[in-house]
Design a protein around this ligand. Sequence first.
Ligand code: SF4
Length: 336
Amino acid sequence: MPNKTKKKGRVFSGARPTGRQHLGNYLGAIKNYVAFQEEYDCIYCIVDYHALTTVDTTENLRQNTYEMALDFLAAGIRPEEAIMFVQSHVPEVAELHLLLSMVTPLGKLTDLPTFKEQVRQHPHNVNYGLVGYPVLMAADILLYKADTVPVGIDQEPHIEFAREAVRSFNHRYNTSVLVEPQMRVTEFPKVIGIDGQQKMSKSLNNHIELASTPEETRARVMQMVTDPARIRRSDPGNPDICNVFTFHKIYSSAEDVAMVNVECRRAGIGCVECKQLIARNLNQSLEPFRLRRSEIDKDPDNVWGALRQGRDRAKAIAMQTMAEVKEAIGLPPSDA
Ligand code: SF4
């Protein structure tokens, strides 16, 4: 049932279609997406246009979009509550991107630290879209008049850019049609992958997918890197520097956490046993998600239908904003 209580404002968040989501995606973003639904009108956009700035192939774009939306639904995004849709299904965003680009000094884009980082990462593909990425991101937010954008602190320059774009546009056309979004700095916990070193990521293949089977999950957990100083079973370990213990703190009961904390330090528990325990607890915790996921997946239209529903609701807002924007600019009406 839709939540009818008065909401605090409108949240917008975009995520690239990366297919099946992993624990890092869930703990870092999806969990917040689900929680925000209670307090805000939420718009969650699968940003396929953005993905085109860096992808090598579009072969899996459709399937990745499906899998991601399926994971969102199974995790608790309610399509009758939040607007969940695909960016390219509402092409008005490309039009607003164009209009915002006319009030954007090029130097401002090429000076952004995030652009410099992208050039470093993709030196052979510094395309026009990559330069204009923050303009498209601003268009995403402004098209839907979102007032709240939950982002990590590293995204601050992009939100500040969007705010400046609003000021430039409104000043240039002497209007107040666009609304400055506020950044809601959100704690996105950095989940370390099974290598125990780097942030969990598909490209590093150090991830655990939410939709994996219990056996697959267990196999991944058994590969987890532990305290490197603990070579033999009889060596005492240090849970404070072990990623397996971090997972225990998220997924295990207080009793299990306390037991591992004590027994690891006096070699009372071995790493194999400790991993078997976290695998069991993790699987137990993921079980309801997996059941919902396979239920929704029985009919792909459950997913595409939710995205269509989101598209229609997003489109209605986008068309209204674009009518206001064009009038503010003074573009001749098409039906004059
Ligand atoms: S017993 Fe557990 S917490 Fe201790 S080092 Fe091994 S895996 Fe890590």
